[in-house]
Write a protein that binds this ligand. Structure first.
Ligand code: KIV
Length: 284
């Protein structure tokens, strides 16, 4: 696969090719996703829930994302690397947003940033794009605003809400965003937004009508047994694979089955004799 760029991602909408996006937070996983032909790797602030044990994305810091983004970029994936701007890392002022987005590229190795929200945030998106940093927008359910939205609820359920989301998406497109994530909205709402835009939409919990799809990798691999939102399809049961492997290992260690000779190193007979000779001298 040739390296993916924001330009190529935009072209995919024109050619009708669906965009495949997944999250990754480390180098080996990024390599697997790249080798599997994934178009975009999102170093999402979902790292907070997926890896860091937080209950929401709000405690995730810029340093956290940059740390994980740098690991992903060291794998040199062919997929486009998008670094997710975490809570409050871009809303204080345009200057703050520019400085932090620059760090995501310079230190984190991202090739684009994702910024949640619309309204006041649209001007910030415009300033970041003007500075030469590609921006992916994110509307619908924006997890960094869960306290304002009243929890993880489906957005855009009414005609008025849908029209508002279309307006937000068009404003982000005018601000220069190269694509927009649409999270947790009815399929009809996502369809209307997708048809209104020239840039691609990437859905999560937004039905089949977007130009691409994203899932949190650990969720679709089935690492968490208790996370079962309606939109999530599990493609594997990794928690069971891990549990079974750990149980087998534990049993083998306890029973002295592992490590066996096949997984151990040996000295030459001569050295072994000399060693034991010294430690345990042979009786005359
Ligand atoms: O952080 C994340 O993984 C995201 C996706 C759910 C779009 O923002």
């Amino acid at each position: 696969m040739a390296r993916k760029t924001t330009f190529k991602i935009r072209q995919m909408k024109e050619t009708g090719k669906k965009i495949v996006m997944l999250t990754a937070y480390d180098a080996p996983t990024a390599k697997i996703l790249s080798d599997s032909g994934v178009d975009i790797i999102l170093v999402g602030d979902s790292v907070g829930n997926s890896l860091l044990g937080y209950e929401s994305t709000i405690p995730v810091t810029l340093d956290d994302i940059i740390h994980h983004c740098a690991a992903v970029s060291r794998a040199k994936p062919k997929s486009l690397i998008v670094g997710d701007m975490p809570f409050m890392s871009y809303k204080v002022s345009e200057e703050q947003a520019l400085e932090n987005c620059a760090l995501m590229l310079q230190v984190g190795g991202a090739e684009a940033v994702k910024i949640e929200g619309a309204g006041r945030v649209t001007k910030i998106v415009e300033a970041v794009v003007d500075s030469g940093i590609p921006v992916m927008g994110h509307i619908g359910l924006t997890p960094q605003s869960i306290y304002e939205l009243g929890g993880y609820r489906v957005q855009g359920r009414t005609k008025e809400n849908t029209e508002e989301l279309v307006k937000q998406a068009l404003a982000l497109q005018d601000a220069g965003a190269f694509s927009i994530v649409i999270e947790l909205v009815p399929s009809e709402t996502a369809k209307m937004i997708t048809e209104a835009l020239d840039i691609p939409t990437i859905g999560i919990g937004a039905g089949p009508n977007c130009d691409g799809q994203v899932l949190v990798l650990w969720d679709m691999l089935g690492l968490f047994d208790d996370f079962k939102p309606k939109f999530l399809k599990k493609y594997a049961n990794v928690s069971e694979v891990i549990r079974n492997a750990v149980a087998e290992y534990s049993e083998e260690v306890r029973n002295g089955v592992f490590p066996d000779q096949e997984h151990s190193f040996e000295m030459s007979e001569e050295e072994s004799g000399r060693l034991y000779g010294r430690v345990k001298p042979k009786k005359e």
